[in-house]
Design a binder for this molecule. Structure first.
Ligand SMILES: [Zn+2]
Ligand SMILES: [Zn+2]
Length: 309
């Protein structure tokens, strides 16, 4: 038995990873997780990264938690940048976004609120993103994960109007409906469609047509989109190799699938007990050339979030 495996049988994986100098898994180079939510426990994000072989991360951070994120970053210098998010319908949102961006936040998001993509509240955010030259990430979902859940960032089928109206704003799409639209047919009775992709989907077209649109492959939504039709995915990854970014949105505790990986979302049960970061990185390794893998897991995100290395 190798020493690492031996240790893993004695200790929880998170504790074992703290004893080793290197991450438990290597992906052949640095990996940036562009979608890691700031956690309640100190250093818990770093523990997750160590477990799944992620070297750097964008900490998605509410405006109210900026100081806490800064403390996490100070504890592990060279590993993190942070975003800022706030409900754009709050009167103070503009001021708080600007304050955090002046104070070093590198992006806005993720924005997961019950607003239309083309609403005046969201338009105010797009202007601020352009002013500070930072990307804005939106969670786009209409099918509920649980009874009574309202849709987020509605109006995606007309989102091209926004992309055209805000050429100086960089948009990052994420979430169930954004990824369902890689296909030209989008079922209305579920959030994560399975089976072959029909050519001509809005997301596929818009990633080609608009230089200001990027796609975040995190969560079950991104993993499902890549898994459902491997032949399509190979072409999709190569077609949009400069426009796609790896992210996990994983909530497992140790980077190995312990705890809860998809916030108990029953629709995402296919990833229960698994680490989304590991699953999606494994998929990307299988579907993309090593050059595209590097671009999607590191280079594109480093550029987008101005990560200093
Ligand atoms: Zn989300
Ligand atoms: Zn995980």
């Amino acid at each position: 038995m190798q020493r690492r495996n031996f240790l893993a049988t004695l200790l929880p994986a998170a504790a074992a990873s703290r004893l080793t100098a290197q991450p438990e898994q290597s992906w052949g180079g640095p990996v940036l997780d562009t979608h890691l939510h700031l956690r309640a426990d100190a250093d818990a994000c770093f523990t997750h990264m160590r477990g799944c072989g992620v070297t750097n991360a964008v900490l998605l951070t509410p405006a109210a938690d900026q100081q806490r994120a800064k403390a996490e970053m100070a504890r592990r210098p060279g590993h993190f940048v942070r975003s800022v998010r706030i409900d754009p319908s709050l009167a103070e949102s503009g001021q708080l976004l600007r304050d955090s961006l002046r104070d070093g936040a590198v992006s806005i998001g993720e924005l997961k609120f019950h607003l239309a993509l083309d609403s005046k509240e969201m338009r105010r955010v797009y202007d601020i993103a352009a002013e500070f030259q930072v990307p804005v990430m939106m969670h786009i979902q209409n099918f509920p994960h649980f009874a009574g859940e309202l849709p987020y960032n509605t109006g995606y089928p007309e989102f091209d109007k926004v992309l055209r109206a805000y050429p100086r704003t960089t948009f990052i799409g994420h979430g169930d409906l954004f990824w369902a639209h890689i296909s030209a047919d989008v079922p209305t009775d579920r959030g994560y469609p399975a089976g072959p992709v029909k050519a001509g989907g809005l997301t596929d077209r818009w990633l080609s047509d608009f230089p200001n649109l990027y796609g975040d492959l995190s969560a079950n939504s991104g993993n499902n989109a890549l898994s459902r039709d491997p032949e399509f995915s190979r072409g999709f990854l190569s077609r949009h190799k400069t426009k796609l970014i790896f992210g996990s949105d994983c909530s497992c505790s140790d980077g190995n699938g312990a705890g809860v990986s998809q916030n108990n979302n029953p629709e995402a049960s296919r990833l229960a007990g698994k680490c989304v970061a590991r699953e999606t990185l494994t998929l990307l390794q299988r579907l993309a050339s090593s050059q595209v893998f590097r671009a999607v897991t590191w280079e594109n995100g480093v550029k987008l979030f101005k990560v200093r290395t």
